[in-house]
Design a protein around this ligand. Structure first.
Ligand SMILES: O=C(O)c1cc(=O)[nH]c(=O)n1[C@@H]1O[C@H](COP(=O)(O)O)[C@@H](O)[C@H]1O
Length: 239
């Protein structure tokens, strides 16, 4: 059972501003935040991201991964959008992560309202075989824990991981780091390109702070009803 209630982020993955705006409106009050990522940002631009962020708590997920100077400068440029969460790849290494954290601190004058920096560990679309294909000779669990410890030590506020690694990460890192969990599917859902999948209840019971749900909500006939059903599941799991 988790310490605090697990909250729900809807991933609004679309190239259409009208579609994202419509989803955001119909999910208002049903989800705790929205996530905009590569597809929406590249197709619609940062002004569109800013417009949606004025009405909804925003997780801006651009998964930056470059040399430390470029990532730090990129985050500084994104800071005026004021998302409450944003992502970089843990594989960029400790110097990149430390510079990223420093850039956010600087942009917000060390204040408490800066975006929290999340390090993506091993993408939930990867399994042991996918790691072998990129030359990593570890299980996803070993790799997530190794990268997760490094990233938190380097200055990340939290991690993106699958629900399968939550227990091990909590044992290693305690309750302070924010753990954000995509790869969520409801009973009967298609898993699509996701490999390390769990249900909202399983993620909540294993200690997720936030779950990220995209297609199970956005592809549904009634997205608001699915979001409400997930919230009900999360509430039961935390009680
Ligand atoms: O950083 C992320 O949000 C992320 C990391 C990860 O390992 N896996 C993952 O699926 N995501 C994102 O979470 C969302 C999951 O979408 P669905 O598979 O449609 O629920 C997508 O927007 C992904 O970009």
């Amino acid at each position: 059972m988790s310490a605090a209630r697990t909250r729900l982020i809807a991933a609004l993955d679309t190239a259409s501003y009208d579609q994202a705006s419509q989803w955001a409106s119909m999910l208002e009050g049903k989800v705790d935040a929205i996530k905009l990522g590569l597809e929406f940002t590249y197709a619609c631009g940062l002004d569109a991201v800013r417009t949606l962020s004025e009405r909804h708590a925003l997780f801006l997920d651009l998964k930056l991964h470059d040399i430390p100077n470029t990532v730090a400068a990129g985050l500084k440029a994104l800071a005026p959008i004021r998302p409450f969460l944003t992502t970089i790849h843990a594989l960029g290494g400790p110097e990149m992560i430390a510079r990223a954290r420093g850039a956010l601190e600087e942009a917000f004058n060390g204040g408490p309202d800066r975006p929290k920096l999340l390090a993506v560990t091993v993408l939930t679309s990867m399994n042991e075989q996918s790691l072998t294909e990129v030359g990593i000779d570890s299980t996803p669990l070993e790799e997530v824990v190794r990268l997760g410890k490094m990233a938190i030590q380097a200055g990340a506020d939290g991690l993106v991981c699958s629900a399968h690694e939550l227990t091990a990460l909590r044992e290693e890192l305690g309750h302070k780091p924010e753990l954000i969990v995509p790869g969520i599917r409801l009973v009967g859902n298609n898993v699509d390109d996701q490999k390390r999948v769990m249900s909202p209840t399983q993620a909540a019971e294993a200690g997720a702070d936030w779950i990220v749900v995209g297609r199970p909500i956005t592809r549904a006939e009634d997205p608001a009803a699915v979001a409400q059903a997930i919230q009900d599941e999360l509430k039961t799991a935390s009680s």
